[in-house]
Design a protein around this ligand. Structure first.
Ligand SMILES: Nc1ncnc2c1ncn2[C@@H]1O[C@H](COP(=O)(O)OP(=O)(O)OP(=O)(O)O)[C@@H](O)[C@H]1O
Length: 565
């Protein structure tokens, strides 16, 4: 720029005086008196000036028409435009994705209805135009008639190639409707790096109510994995990182001094050995005794859940769930209780204990969340025979490392996820070790998480120092690693009936039974009409008929309570 300016000044300094002299000479002398060559030069300058002036006028008149034609042409042009305009020369030019590029990529997927749409000059509607989203670009597009998001997800390879990305960097998933495509495209190469050191490796404490640092999402944000009010199912092919992920979750929980931790490893594996000093219960091995201990633990967790339900019910205002404040009061025994079962398929498929374990796990997963009881399950084999379907349906957080097929994918992440494009089948063995697809961990429909890794192998043990810190934290807080058992309060049937009347004048007996089962499943789940009738009879009253139904009347219950004193 400086050079150009310099040259302009030099030229003007030379041409200016010459032009001035010529103008003066031309003004004071007649051309006939001049030297012929000078008169010829002045004439040539005059003619050139006139030609340029005429051309300028013509250009001025034609310019708007030309402008209009060019604009119309450019508007109809569906190419990605001049590269230097649409992709400025910036550091992220390599990662640039815009609507035109996406349209072009979609137009070359070989999907017949999409092809026809583009052939007829159709233009896609972008409900969310290309915008930066973490370390990538997100667009949302309404697909034309006859095209669904899963058709695009099925051609992920081609879409990735058309966008100049690796398959793992290209995430076409179903939006709010089948015809809406959510597309997230990673910046080139950002997913190749590992997550880095676990943020709590060297210091820090955890409040499990706030979650545990688990990994980095595709957007480069740290995931604080929810543990409270959550249950986890983690799976994938052997050696892809699921035990390490389970260990990271649990390691986070150890740093909350109020948390009680149980671990059962249904196989011979030293993965959780360093945790021993911080665990209230730990069993590891292939033998039946470990399976038996795990089932017993599940039974006790269920009983504990019922006890906690009653404790909550007896608190002022009957809080619906365990809170940090309640968990901090050791006398209530409402602290977070985390139970991890690694290789859980071995337990669920156990010939003797499998059925009972499955039944108990399902009940815990369905109801334990409110009570601060958390179940973490990890498995290599997430099929419907190895993991009860109800477990998959009800866990809140599903994590899939590299899996072999759609069955394993949906067994971990929930049915329909593969179809919707949420696929851990695209994670490559070894290359993507430690990276998983997760649902339920954040509000997003899925996350691609590069998990933190706390090594415990080949003589490197970075777990033990964390456990030592965790034990010190428990001691400092004056807590116990294995809190003493708190006796369950005796069940008061009449008071429970009074509670489930919920201030209503009369309540049908079937509703009373349903509410009782909800209040205390362990006690009332199997109750029938005759159980209820028998209990009421013991208090000298019974259901009455009203409007064709058997009902319990609030005044009868109140009278029975009053006469009891
Ligand atoms: N997040 C990660 N980052 C880097 N490497 C990892 C990560 N997670 C796991 N690995 C590597 O993968 C190896 C296997 O991990 P891990 O034992 O957790 O796998 P797994 O799926 O539980 O295997 P298995 O089914 O055999 O128990 C680890 O020893 C480690 O070297």
């Amino acid at each position: 720029m400086a050079i150009v300016l310099h040259r302009c000044v030099v030229t003007a300094a030379f041409v200016g005086p010459v032009a001035l002299v010529l103008w003066c000479v031309d003004s004071w002398m007649a051309r006939a008196d001049m030297w012929p060559w000078l008169a010829g030069l002045l004439h040539a300058i005059e003619v050139t000036g006139q030609v340029l002036l005429t051309l300028a006028w013509i250009l001025l008149a034609v310019a708007p028409i030309g402008w209009f034609v060019a604009a119309a042409w450019e508007g109809r042009n569906k190419d990605s435009g001049a590269g230097w305009l649409t992709r400025p020369d910036r550091d992220d030019a390599d990662s640039w994705v815009d609507e035109r590029m996406v349209s072009k990529a979609l137009a070359h997927l070989g999907i017949a209805p999409l092809n026809a749409f583009f052939k007829n000059g159709g233009e896609l509607h972008y409900s969310v135009p290309a915008r930066r989203d973490g370390k990538g670009t997100f667009v949302q597009v309404r697909l034309p008639l006859g095209t669904t998001a899963d058709m695009v997800a099925d051609r992920r390879d081609k879409l990735a190639a058309n966008l100049g990305r690796a398959k793992l960097e290209t995430w076409p998933t179903e939006g709010d409707e089948a015809g809406v495509l959510d597309l997230w495209v990673a910046d080139k190469g950002v997913l190749a790096s590992k997550a880095g050191v676990w943020p709590l490796q060297h210091d820090g404490q955890v409040d499990v109510f706030d979650g545990v640092p688990f990994g980095l999402t595709q957007r480069g944000v740290i995931v604080n994995a929810p543990l409270i009010e959550a249950n986890w199912l983690v799976g994938g092919r052997p050696g892809q990182g699921k035990s390490s992920a389970l260990r990271t979750l649990l390691l986070g929980a150890t740093l909350d001094p109020t948390a009680e931790l149980w671990v059962f490893v249904m196989g011979e594996s030293p993965d959780f050995e360093p945790f021993r000093p911080r665990l209230a219960r730990y069993r590891m091995g292939m033998d039946d005794a470990v399976a038996e201990a795990a089932v017993k633990a599940l039974e006790e967790l269920l009983a504990e859940m019922e006890r906690r339900g009653k404790v909550l019910g007896s608190q002022p205002g009957q809080p619906p769930k365990v809170s940090r404040k309640l968990a901090d009061r050791p006398e209530l025994g409402l602290h977070p209780l985390v139970c991890a079962i690694d290789e859980c398929h071995e337990l669920f498929q156990h010939p003797k204990f499998g059925k009972r374990a499955a039944e108990l796990a399902v009940r815990l997963i369905k109801r334990g969340r409110k009570y601060g009881i958390v179940l973490l399950l990890a498995t290599q084999s997430p099929t419907k025979d190895s993991i009860p379907r109800e477990v998959t349906r009800n866990v809140s957080c599903g994590v899939a490392f590299s899996v072999a097929d759609q069955i394993a994918n949906d067994g971990l992440l929930g049915s329909g996820k593969y179809r919707a494009g949420i696929r851990a089948t695209d994670l490559r063995m070894k290359t993507d070790r430690g990276t998983c697809v997760a649902v339920g961990v954040t509000d997003a429909s899925f996350e691609l998480i590069r998990t933190f890794y706390v090594p415990f192998e080949d003589g490197v043990d970075m777990v033990t120092p964390v456990i030592e810190r965790a034990v010190a934290l428990v001691n400092e807080a004056g807590r116990a690693i294995a809190p003493a058992e708190i006796e369950p309060a005796p069940v008061d049937h009449l008071a429970d009936v009074a509670r489930v009347m919920r201030g209503e004048h009369r309540v049908p007996t079937r509703v009373v039974l349903a509410r009782l089962a909800e209040l205390n499943p362990g006690e009332y789940e199997r109750w029938t009409f005759s159980d209820l009738k028998g209990m009421l009879a013991a208090h000298s009253f019974g259901p009455r008929k009203s409007g064709g139904f058997q009902v319990v009347r609030a005044e009868d219950v109140a009278a029975a309570l009053a006469s009891r004193g």
